[in-house]
Write a new protein. Structure first.
Length: 134
């Protein structure tokens, strides 16, 4: 899982949170970036993520893989969504270090009068995985 793997470097993410030691997630601050090692295999990859609908302007969430804008994200009303994207072989960087970005306008729950949480919250991510596309 790229979200919890020690091999990935992250910026724009808050610490790992959990509920009852069963459900784990990280919030972005609206500008989350994960960099991770992966060499090109010449094959398509499937990027799978469990993501919660962002609290503010969910239609404006942009996800980029090495600068390639992934298709527009459409969320169900509330709840958790499985997002899947095909990563083309030509999108992998020769350097072996890949980048995944999550960009959206964050919501500050304290300023919005929702809760006492003073963080700027972008999107809550539960898991991120890459596998061979079929």
């Amino acid at each position: 899982d790229l979200l919890t793997g020690n091999y990935a470097s992250m910026a724009g993410f808050y610490d790992l949170e959990n509920r009852d030691n069963k459900f784990f997630w990280k919030w972005t601050n609206g500008n989350g970036v994960i960099k991770f090692p992966l060499s090109g295999s010449g094959k398509k990859l499937l990027l799978k993520m469990f993501v919660e609908r962002p609290p503010k302007d969910p239609e404006k969430l942009r996800i980029l893989f090495n600068g390639h804008h992934l298709q527009p994200v459409v969320f169900s009303e509330g709840g958790l969504d499985l997002l899947q994207f095909v990563i083309q072989p030509g999108w992998l960087l020769n350097s072996g270090t890949q980048s995944l970005e999550f960009l959206n306008e964050p919501l500050n729950p304290a300023k919005a009068g929702i809760s006492s949480d003073t963080r700027d919250l972008g999107v809550r991510i539960f898991s991120i995985n890459l596998e061979a596309a079929k």
